[in-house]
Ligand binder design. Structure first.
Ligand SMILES: *Cc1c(COP(=O)(O)O)cnc(C)c1O
Length: 374
């Protein structure tokens, strides 16, 4: 069994994907070009955003966004401690300082009340944060309206890390189209994945879009005239061509992910075991980048081992919250600083999830969890 079965997905679209790759080989234009512009156009229209810029990865998309927002050494950017390293890594990479704020235990996203307190605490120390990176974890957006008004009140930028949530809806609007700037990832395991690394920045402002286009290409608008220090972070034509094929089936895949999530939740509730299934708020939808349950009482690791022995792959997103990572030791956080993130890191378990998973496989997985817990 696969955690994310990319082989089954490839088999389903094989002819079209092979043709798309062959076309790129025949044209032999590999960097940016028409397929990348076509993808930028198509995806920005889909999410209802003014424009988009294809970049080399989600991580680079976050980095380029912060650069375009003029985040500099010494600036403070607030984010969640319960996310993939990339979210906070890019802040530190620019010499700025990540300040963490705890999560809502139900959705695993930033807790807005705690965030407001984090901002007040900083202000009382005469420290003014520059912005917020809000992660739409596991494929569900956070309380975006509340975050937007908090950001506006304190004159902060709000960047959506939508690396797991492309296709998710919040009050009828799509992730990547909710904030003035957002980033998604096309890493193969993401809901819309390519066959290597890739990412995209979405923004509602021409100046920002132009600046990111320049920054992804060594800070040049005109060839060999470098206006500012940038990097090489372009999206490959081949990845864009593959994504243009996969995007045709994307909505159908999101539907299948949601059906699989419903099946899991019904099966798990049917066991009567004290397992918490994912909560999707009524005003939004998830793309279930991960289907993540909570197993309390210190039993998570044992369940995981038993599943592994039965050939059922699982994952822990994420076993160590960022404030306790060795690379962030210099920030001075101690254990206990963010109890919800810490508790989540000990209880969460992500189960195999992809659009091609069968009901039989899901039954087998839930049966194995039941055996492990009884
Ligand atoms: C995957 C991911 C990233 C990084 O994306 P890459 O394309 O792998 O660089 C950033 N943030 C979150 C929340 C992610 O899940």
């Amino acid at each position: 069994m696969e955690f994310i079965d990319l082989k089954r997905q490839y088999a389903a679209y094989k002819n079209e994907i092979n043709i798309a790759i062959q076309e790129i080989l025949d044209k032999s234009r590999f960097i940016l070009g028409e397929p990348v512009s076509a993808l930028e156009e198509k995806l920005s229209r889909y999410v209802g955003q003014k424009g988009a810029v294809g970049v080399a990865s989600g991580t680079d998309g976050l980095l380029l966004s912060l650069m375009a927002l003029d985040v500099r050494a010494g600036d403070i950017v607030i984010t969640t401690p319960f996310t993939f390293i990339a979210t906070a890594e890019v802040i530190s990479f620019l010499g700025a300082r990540p300040v963490f704020s705890d999560i809502d235990p139900e959705t695993f996203n930033l807790d807005v009340e705690k965030l407001a307190q984090t901002i007040e605490d900083l202000k009382s120390k005469n420290k003014k944060p520059k912005g917020i990176i809000a992660v739409s974890l596991y494929g569900q957006c956070p309380d975006m309206d509340e975050l937007l008004s908090l950001a506006e009140e304190h004159e902060l930028f709000l960047l959506e890390d939508a690396c797991q949530s492309f296709g998710a809806k919040y009050k009828g609007h799509l992730s990547c189209g909710l904030t003035s700037i957002s980033v998604t990832s096309f890493f193969p395991a993401k809901p819309l994945g390519c066959y290597g690394d890739g990412g995209m920045v979405f923004a509602n402002n021409d100046a920002i879009l132009e600046r990111i286009k320049s920054l992804r290409n060594h800070g040049q608008k005109k060839r060999y005239l470098h206006e500012e220090i940038g990097l090489n972070s372009r999206l490959d034509a081949m990845q864009a061509a593959i994504l243009l094929v996969k995007f045709k089936y994307f909505e159908e895949e999101v539907e299948n992910r949601n059906k699989a999530a419903c099946t899991y939740s019904e099966l798990i509730k049917g066991t009567g075991l004290p397992i918490t299934v994912p909560v999707v708020k009524p005003d939004r939808t998830s793309v279930f980048a991960q289907y993540t349950i909570r197993i309390p009482g210190g039993k998570r690791d044992r369940v995981r081992d038993i599943l592994t022995n039965k050939g059922i792959p699982t994952a822990i997103h994420y076993p160590v919250p960022l404030h306790l990572q060795p690379c962030f030791a210099g920030l001075g956080y101690k254990e206990g600083a963010f109890p919800e993130a810490e508790r989540a890191s000990k209880e969460v378990l992500s189960l195999p999830m992809h659009p091609f998973i069968s009901k039989e496989e899901q039954q087998q997985i839930v049966e194995a969890i039941k055996e492990a817990l009884t």
